[in-house]
Every structure is written in structure tokens, then in C-alpha cells.
Design a protein around this ligand. Sequence first.
Ligand SMILES: [Cu+2]
Length: 96
Amino acid sequence: MKSVFRALAAVGLLLSFSVAAANQLAEGTVKRIDAPSQRVMLAHGPLPSIGMGSMTMMFKVRDAAMLKPLKVGDKVRFQVEDIGGNFTITRIEARR
Ligand SMILES: [Cu+2]
């Protein structure tokens, strides 16, 4: 019985590690905001969660309201996920 609990604890620990990795925020700088198309151009650092190196590119944001507090030049932390083949920002916050 004890070993079952130990196995469950190990699985729980692994799950919490992978969740932590997935929630890790990437760093970027806002280069352009395209509100009508719900996109933002970021110069971003490495994005290990989607296997991408540093570059400048456009991202779709999950919700247009996420763009409202942002302005060009802002340093941001963000989270990007592959949603149906589109790299989509699911969280973004300016660092001020
Ligand atoms: Cu990129």
C-alpha cells in the first residue's frame, strides 16, 4: 500500500513540474500592435515550450482585450501556446 502512495506522490510531483514548465513566462518587447487583427509583434527571447529561438514575429492573442494595456516599447512577459496550429498568446503582462 505504501508503494502505491509513493507512486502517486511521484506522479503528482512530475505533473506539478510539467505544469510549472508550461506556465513559465517568456520575455519580449512590443514592436507593433495590430488591434483589428488581434495581433501583436514581439521581439522575443527563446520559447522552449514551443521549440522556438529568439526572433521578432507576430502573435495572435487569445482575447483582443489583452492588447489594451500594451504600448509599443513595453517590455513584457508572456505565455504562448500552440492552439490549433496557431501560436497564440494566452497571457501577457507589461513589466513596469
Ligand atoms: Cu518566434
